[in-house]
Design a protein around this ligand. Structure first.
Ligand code: AMP
Ligand code: MG
Length: 341
């Protein structure tokens, strides 16, 4: 066990996950955690600092950053830049902040990288699948076909010189459900670092970005929920300066006529994805991990892991609907499975 742990710690610092850079800790370090509801999900910020006052300064700056991002990008907020773009779909370009323009540009890049499995314009078809409706209903095939015409990341027009975004077709929508929490977690970590935190974790509704170490100098231990029994820990990953992001159908789903429908939609068919229970992606960037977890979920075990294996410094674990776990090339050796209770 100790040998295994040593190996994990070593690999977390130097290994294939590209962790490296074990930074300095303050002489006396304390850890403070704080949980709040943000972006419609439970969030938690953990910081390691020299004293309590510094910890709370960092934590409050982190929450403010998350609030700022939510106000900027949320498609649920009428006053956000995203809503302005969505309202103007098919019309004039909308001038936006550099930050939103860059976020859209990166989303288009990941859409291209994943062959459209992740598509930031999925919303036109996504809104047909209201899993919270009581009772939930299946959309008509004609509704799905019409909505699919509006799901097309290639029809996003970016003008970097004018800092503007235009959705080419009326009814198109941008939605950040698959990437926004990862982005928020990244930015929050940057804020905590800027506030002088030596280490910390941002858990954005289950999307985790870790930096530095725990107060005793050891790597962060990220628990991975059991895909078939989400209340139970299935495995631990020890990480520093890494994101660990899970997309799972247990997070949000509806059952209609005994069939389970997940909240992740295949933009090629307009139907919720089946065949995968959960995908966990590990890489240094929370936003990329978030987008890739959703995309891998859509692509399925074989195509998803083929893509992950092509990407440097990105690892993933996919659980199929039989509960069988599939690992990318280098991940299995970094996972410490918990014995079943
Ligand atoms: P995640 O939990 O990161 O996998 O994100 C899932 C959320 O992303 C869903 O609840 C939808 O809001 C949105 N979404 C669903 N399918 C897609 C897709 N194929 N591409 C982009 N966003 C999606
Ligand atoms: Mg995601």
């Amino acid at each position: 066990m100790a040998k295994m742990r040593d190996r994990l710690v070593r690999s977390a610092c130097f290994g294939l996950l590209g962790l490296a850079l074990c930074g300095a800790l303050p002489a006396r370090a304390i850890t403070i955690k704080n949980a709040r509801a943000k972006m419609g999900s439970p969030f938690e910020i953990t910081v390691v600092t020299a004293d309590e006052a510094a910890a709370w300064r960092a934590i409050e700056a982190g929450w403010s950053e998350i609030d700022r991002i939510e106000a900027l990008i949320s498609s649920w907020r009428e006053t956000s830049e995203t809503s302005a773009i969505n309202r103007a779909a098919g019309g004039e370009p909308v001038v936006v902040s550099r930050e939103l323009l860059d976020l859209v540009a990166r989303a288009i890049k990941v859409s291209r990288l994943t062959g459209g499995a992740f598509d930031v314009t999925f919303g036109a078809v996504g809104r047909l699948w209201d899993l919270k409706a009581d009772p939930p209903r299946l959309p008509e095939p004609a509704e799905i076909a019409a909505a699919l015409e509006l799901v097309d990341f290639r029809a996003i027009e970016l003008d970097p010189a004018a800092s503007s975004v235009r959705l080419a077709k009326p009814g198109m929508r941008l939605g950040w459900g698959a990437i926004g929490k990862g982005y928020a977690a990244n930015r929050t970590v940057a804020m905590l670092r800027a506030q002088g935190a030596a280490g910390g974790l941002v858990n954005a509704g289950g999307d985790i970005v870790a930096f530095g170490h725990q107060e005793d100098g050891s790597p962060w231990k990220i628990a991975i929920a059991h895909p078939l029994r989400p209340q139970q820990v299935f495995a631990f990953l020890e990480v520093e300066d890494q994101a660990v992001v899970t997309s799972g159908d247990y997070e949000r789903y509806a059952e209609i006529d005994g069939v389970r429908y997940a909240h992740i939609i295949d933009p090629r068919t307009g139907w919720p994805v089946r065949g995968v229970r959960s995908v966990t992606v590990v890489c240094p960037d929370g936003e990329l991990a978030d987008a890739l977890a959703t995309a891998t979920f859509v692509m399925g075990v074989t195509d998803g892991l083929t893509l992950i294996d092509r990407l440097n410094g990105v690892e993933a674990m996919v659980v199929d609907d039989e509960g069988v776990i599939h690992y990318s090339q280098h991940l299995e050796q970094h996972i410490r499975e918990e014995p079943a209770p």
